[in-house]
Design a protein around this ligand. Structure first.
Ligand code: WTA
Length: 625
C-alpha cells in the first residue's frame, strides 16, 4: 500500500543542472507554487555553487537542504514546523512535522493553474498505433470526478481503496483521486490471480475496489472483473466494486458493482517521459505517476509488452510518441537484445535523450547494447539503484554533471541527500575505497518508507536491526577506487565457494558476455566439499545452434579466466526461459529450491509471471542430474 507523500523524480535530477541550489529552487514560473508563504528561505544555502558542493551540503546539512527543497518544490496547505525527527536506531522516520499537503494538488492543480493544455499522460495502448493523450486539465477533471464519486459512496479519509486495473489513465486518476480525498491506495498488479488479489484486499481491509471489465495485454483479453468477483468472495470487508470499461464487452454486474463512465479527451503536444513500468510496482508509482506529474511532465502509460506485436514495440513507440527519456528494466533489454539490432534500427529514435535502467544489476553486454544500439552511442545510460523502501532513485549517474563519468553497469554516485555506507560482516563501516560490503544508509531522507502497514515491528526488525543506527537495504555493493558504487545484488545471492565469497551477479555478467547467451541466472547449492557449488541456468539467443557441451566448456573457460577457477559453474543447465516475477526479476528463490531438489519448498508462486517456466526448469534439472 502506498500512502501519498513527497516523491523525487528524474525531472528533479535534470533540474540540478543549474548552478546553485538557489537557482535550482527557483523553479520556472510555470510550475512554481502559488503560495507566497513559501518563498525563499534558502538562506545559508544560496551561496553554494557547483554540484559537488551541493551534494556535500545535502548530506552534511541535510536538514536545511530538504527543508529548502520541500518549501520550494511543493505546495503546502499548512507549513511544517519541524523538518525532521528521525532516529534510525529505532526505525523512527518523521519528516516535515506539522506540514500538510495534498499530493494530487501538487501533481495536478498547480500545473493546471499555469498550463492546463500541457499533455500529462500519453497512453500507449496495447493496440499499437492507437495512443491517446490527456492534458493536465483533463486529468484534473477526471480525478475530481472520481474523487467525488468515491466520496459519494462513503470512501473517506484514512480508508484504503484497492485498485486492480491495467496501466491506463483511469487507474492514474483513481490513484490521484484517493490521494485527493485522503484515502490510501493499494494498487495490485492486474496480472495477479484471484487468491493473490484477495490476500492483498484483506491485508488492506478495503471496502472499495476499482477495476475494469476486461484487460488487454499482448493481444490477449484478461477477465479482470471475473477475477475480482472470485477474490471478493473471501473478502468480507468489500462493500462496493467500481467497474470501468476497457473493452466493449459487457460483464455480469452484481448488487455490489457500480458502473463508471468513460471519458473523451483531446490531443496536445508535450514533453514525453517514457517509463514502461506497470503502475502496480513502485517504479510505476514514482516514475509513471507521481514523479512526472508532480513535475509537470507528460508521462507515458504503457499497457502492452515489449514484444507485442513484435520486438520493435518499444522503439516504434519511441518514434511515434517522440519519447525523450526511456526508462525500463534490464530483463526487457536482455530479451530484446536476443532478437537482434534490426528491430531497433527500423525506427527513428532521435528524440531520445537519456536511457534509464532499474530493478536489477544490468550486465555489461546489455548495458553496451542499450547504449550503442538503442541510444546510437549518444544517449547516456543511467543505471539507477533504488528500492520500494527508498521511494525514489538513490544511487545513479548524473549525466548533467560537468564531470559526469559513467562506467557501464555501475550505479555510480549517491543522489542528493543520500549518504550510503558499506558495512563489513562485523557491522563496522568500511571507510576505504576499492571494497565491498552490505549497503546501508547512514541518514534518513524524506522519500523513505516510514513503516510496514500494520506491522511496525517488522519494519524495525528488517531494516534497522541488522546494523543498528543504519537503514539496511539488503543489497551488497562494491565501491571503486574512485568512490563509485556498483550494486552486486541481494546479499542472499552471495555464495561461498571453498571460502571465497562471490556475488552471483558477477558470474552472470561473465556468462552473459558470451555472444550466444541471452541471459543467465546463477545460484549456489550445497556441496559436500566446497560448502557451496555454482549452478548456472543459461538461456540462448534466438536462432543459436550450438552443441551444449561445447558451449558449457566455453562458458567455464570464460568464468575461470575472468573471475577465478573456483567460480566456474559445476552445472550448466540450458533453459528456454527463466522463472520471473511480473516485474521482471528472476525468481532465484525458486531456482535455489529446484537445484536443492526441494520442490515442496517452492513457496508462494503467485507473483510468478508464467508458472510453466518452473515446470520446464524442474524437468531440465532432472535431465541434467
Ligand atoms: C534491485 C525497484 C542493481 C536491488 C526500484 C533492490 C537493482 C531491489 C537496481 C529493489 C540497479 C534495483 N542495480 N540492482 N540499478 N535497481 N535493484 O523494491 O536488489 O522492486 O534492492 O524496487 O531491486 O526492488 P524493488
Amino acid at each position: 500500500m502506498w500512502l501519498p507523500c513527497g516523491c523525487t523524480s528524474k525531472y528533479v535530477a535534470s533540474s540540478f543542472a543549474r548552478r546553485t541550489l538557489a537557482s535550482y529552487l527557483h523553479v520556472s514560473g510555470r510550475s512554481r507554487c502559488n503560495v507566497a508563504a513559501f518563498m525563499p528561505e534558502a538562506a545559508g544555502l544560496e551561496g553554494v555553487s557547483g554540484r559537488a558542493a551541493l551534494r556535500e551540503l545535502s548530506v552534511s546539512n541535510s536538514e536545511s537542504f530538504w527543508a529548502a527543497v520541500a518549501r520550494h518544490r511543493l505546495c503546502w496547505s499548512t507549513p511544517f514546523h519541524t523538518v525532521q525527527d528521525c532516529d534510525l536506531s529505532r526505525g523512527k522516520i518523521k519528516w516535515f512535522e506539522g506540514g500538510k499537503l495534498n499530493v494530487s494538488v501538487n501533481c495536478l492543480d498547480r500545473h493546471v493553474h499555469t498550463c492546463p493544455e500541457r499533455v500529462a499522460l500519453i497512453w500507449e495502448r496495447d493496440e499499437r498505433g492507437s495512443e491517446m493523450k490527456y492534458t493536465y486539465g483533463e486529468l484534473l477533471e477526471m480525478t475530481c470526478r472520481l474523487g467525488n464519486l468515491l466520496r459519494r459512496h462513503g470512501v473517506k479519509r484514512g480508508d484504503c481503496v484497492t485498485i486492480y486495473m491495467p496501466t491506463c489513465p483511469l487507474a492514474v486518476a483513481s490513484m490521484l483521486a484517493c490521494a485527493r480525498i485522503g484515502a490510501a491506495h493499494n494498487v495490485v498488479f492486474a496480472g495477479f490471480s484471484a487468491d493473490a488479489l484477495a490476500e492483498r484486499i484483506r491485508d488492506a481491509q478495503s471496502s472499495t475496489v476499482i477495476t475494469v471489465n476486461q484487460g488487454v495485454r499482448g493481444g490477449k483479453v484478461t477477465e479482470l472483473k471475473k477475477t475480482v468477483d472470485t477474490a471478493v468472495q473471501s473478502c468480507p470487508t468489500v462493500k462496493q466494486v467500481f467497474v470501468a470499461m476497457r473493452t466493449d464487452n459487457p460483464v455480469t454486474m452484481t448488487a455490489r458493482d457500480i458502473a463508471m463512465e468513460e471519458y473523451v479527451f483531446s490531443y496536445h503536444d508535450g514533453d514525453v517521459f517514457g517509463c514502461v513500468a506497470d503502475i502496480g510496482w513502485i517504479t510505476g508509482h514514482s516514475y509513471v505517476v507521481y514523479g512526472p506529474l508532480a513535475n509537470g511532465a507528460t508521462t507515458v502509460l504503457f499497457e502492452s509488452t515489449p514484444i507485442y506485436p513484435d520486438p520493435g514495440r518499444y522503439w516504434d513507440m519511441v518514434e511515434r510518441l517522440k519519447i525523450n527519456q526511456f526508462y525500463g528494466a534490464p530483463t526487457a533489454i536482455r530479451l530484446l537484445l536476443k532478437y537482434g539490432d534490426q528491430w531497433v534500427n527500423k525506427y527513428d529514435r532521435s528524440t531520445l535523450k537519456t536511457l534509464g535502467s532499474v530493478g536489477e544489476p544490468i550486465n555489461t553486454e546489455a548495458w553496451e547494447w542499450y547504449h550503442r544500439v538503442v541510444g546510437d552511442g549518444r544517449c547516456p545510460v543511467v543505471d539507477t539503484w533504488w528500492q520500494t523502501e527508498t521511494g525514489g532513485i538513490c544511487i545513479a549517474p548524473r549525466p548533467s554533471d560537468p564531470d559526469a563519468e559513467i562506467v557501464p553497469g555501475m550505479a555510480m554516485r549517491p543522489f542528493f541527500g543520500i549518504n550510503p555506507v558499506l558495512m563489513d560482516t562485523e557491522g563496522e563501516v568500511l571507510t576505504s575505497n576499492n571494497t565491498s560490503g552490505a549497503l546501508c544508509m547512514a541518514q534518513p531522507w524524506p522519500g523513505m518508507a516510514r513503516t510496514i502497514h500494520n506491522d511496525h515491528q517488522r519494519f524495525i526488525d528488517t531494516y534497522f536491526q541488522p546494523y543498528p543506527g543504519y537503514f539496511f537495504t539488503g543489497d551488497g555493493a562494491y565501491r571503486s577506487e574512485e568512490g563509485y558504487y556498483q550494486i552486486t545484488g541481494r546479499l542472499d545471492d552471495v555464495i561461498n565457494v571453498s571460502g571465497h565469497r562471490i556475488g552471483t551477479a558477477e558470474i552472470e555478467d561473465v556468462v552473459n558476455q558470451c555472444p550466444a547467451v541471452a541471459e543467465s541466472a546463477v545460484v549456489g547449492y550445497t556441496h559436500s566439499i566446497k560448502g557451496q557449488g555454482v549452478y548456472a541456468f543459461v538461456v540462448l539467443k534466438k536462432g543459436i545452434d550450438v552443441q551444449e557441451a561445447d558451449l558449457s566448456r566455453q562458458l567455464n573457460g570464460m568464468v575461470s579466466e575472468k573471475i577465478a577457477k573456483y567460480a566456474s559453474p559445476d552445472f550448466i543447465q540450458f533453459a528456454k526461459r527463466l522463472p520471473k516475477t511480473r516485474s521482471g526479476k528472476i525468481m532465484r528463490r525458486v531456482l535455489r529450491k529446484v537445484v536443492e531438489s526441494d520442490l515442496e519448498g517452492l513457496g508462494d508462486l503467485s507473483t510468478l509471471d508464467d508458472p510453466a517456466a518452473v515446470q520446464e526448469i524442474i524437468q531440465g534439472h532432472e535431465k541434467l542430474l
